[in-house]
Design a protein around this ligand. Structure first.
Ligand code: DOR
Length: 427
């Protein structure tokens, strides 16, 4: 195949020039040759491929909601070139066999790199830790999580920190104290919980676990990654941990950055998510934390669900919302268009940092320089759209951005030198 040249494209740092790639690598545009495909990219911008530390692909087990194929197509549509696939599948990704199978599925069906996340405990049951070293050797797993559930037992968590530390692994905790936030907890706004008669999911149920785990990371020297931070208090604790140089990182989701608990007043279960949407002060603290680095990364927590799992009263419906396709839009809307984050900083939060945290920085989240992998997203930062859930490439329709006027930046996505999303061809 001939080389491709994007002509007159702007990079995150503002320089304008040509970007060329051939056979999966970025090349010097002068070497592209006369047969090269040339795309006029004037006015467009190119960013390194986005990396999602937190994707639920649902395969194996719930292929009616999502598959590796549909989930990664949605990822590519959102500008992503890699997804860390969460292990709360059926069966759970808690054995070498399971993570190997998922990695193979990713190689076969993936429109983005699929990087398995291993479970911290067998069956996500919170008792017996998995064989981290074996999972690491079987499929290069470095991130471990019981996501969807919190590892409740501090001694189990401590042993897990000590074990993953040996090979540079990281524990991605779903911080939720089950004694404080019971199984029906679903409303993250105390006043609204009272008014709507919904069981409250108190902020302290998250921050108490974040504080505990920061202490365990300090004690063990093992790396903690805090999933989907949702409260102002958690951000304060992260700031404290970072000021002390502890091995602690954290992510915020696009929905916690953009949406608030007011949406829950509709009682539409598309807005039910775990941790829940919260009051404006919390969303504001997340945006401040993402700007100053207390929060390292944006991660989608893309959580597709079949209609029947959402067609239940609010406390009973499954938590989770899809997010891969509107993640960049939500970050642009809250952080770029408000002047809170520069484009180079956005690249850090959505590409370089997640690749580094997940141990994939040898091939993802890299600078766009000659010789590097052709993994990038071409965007039009000025384009907007009214989001329509029917336009999604995901199998599921639980899209909380439906009906909102948001940026619609992604023009095309390239991974391994292939166009994994081609909005020019689609147009
Ligand atoms: O809302 C959520 N949905 N939060 C989680 O932690 C798990 C996820 C899921 O798997 O559906």
């Amino acid at each position: 195949m001939a080389a491709t040249v994007l002509r007159g494209v702007r990079s995150a740092d503002g320089t304008v020039g040509d970007l060329a790639f051939d056979k999966g690598r970025l090349i010097d545009p002068a070497d592209a040759g006369r047969g090269a495909r040339r795309i006029d990219a004037a006015g467009l911008m190119v960013l390194p491929g986005l990396v999602d530390l937190h994707t639920h692909l649902r395969e194996p087990g719930r292929e009616d909601a999502e598959t590796v194929r549909t989930g990664t197509l949605a990822a590519a549509r959102g500008g992503y070139t890699a997804c860390f696939a969460m292990p709360n599948t059926d069966p759970v990704a808690d054995t070498a066999e399971a993570v190997r199978r998922l990695a193979a599925l990713g190689r076969r069906d993936g429109a983005a790199e699929v990087i398995p996340v291993g479970a911290i405990t067998y069956g996500l049951a919170g008792r017996e830790t998995t064989d981290f070293q074996r999972l690491h050797e079987a499929a290069g797993v470095t991130v471990f999580s019981d996501d969807g559930r919190c590892v409740r037992d501090a001694a189990v968590m401590r042993a897990a920190f000590q074990a993953v530390r040996r090979f540079g692994g990281v524990l991605a905790q779903h911080s939720q104290d089950d004694d404080l936030a019971g199984p029906r907890a679903c409303c993250g706004s105390p006043a609204r919980a009272e008014r709507l008669g919904l069981p409250e999911w108190p902020a302290v149920a998250e921050s108490a676990i974040v504080a505990r785990d920061v202490q365990l990371a300090q004690d063990s020297g093992g790396a903690l990654h805090v999933c989907h931070v949702s409260t102002a208090e958690s951000v304060e604790i992260l700031r404290w941990a970072k000021a002390r140089g502890l091995p602690v990182t954290a992510e915020a989701t696009p929905h916690h950055l953009l949406l608030g608990a007011a949406a829950v007043e509709t009682l539409d279960t598309v807005y039910k998510v775990n941790p829940p949407l919260r009051d404006d002060e919390d969303a504001e603290a997340l945006r401040a934390g993402l700007a100053d680095g207390a929060i390292d990364a944006v991660a989608t927590d893309h959580a597709p669900h079949a209609p029947a799992d959402k067609a239940l009263p609010f406390p009973e419906a499954r938590p989770g919302m899809i997010g891969l396709e509107q993640s960049l839009a939500a970050v642009m809307e809250t952080m770029i268009l408000t002047g809170r984050l520069s484009w180079p900083a956005l690249v850090q939060r959505m590409s370089a940092a997640p690749a580094r945290i997940g141990g994939a920085a040898d091939r993802q989240g890299r600078r766009l320089a000659v010789g590097e992998p052709a993994a990038f997203v071409l965007i039009d930062p000025t384009r907007r759209t009214l989001v329509n859930r029917e336009d999604s490439l995901s199998k599921s329709r639980n899209n909380p951005y439906h009906g909102l006027d948001l940026p619609d930046p992604v023009v095309l996505t390239c991974w391994r030198g292939q166009l994994t999303y081609d909005g020019l061809a689609a147009a």
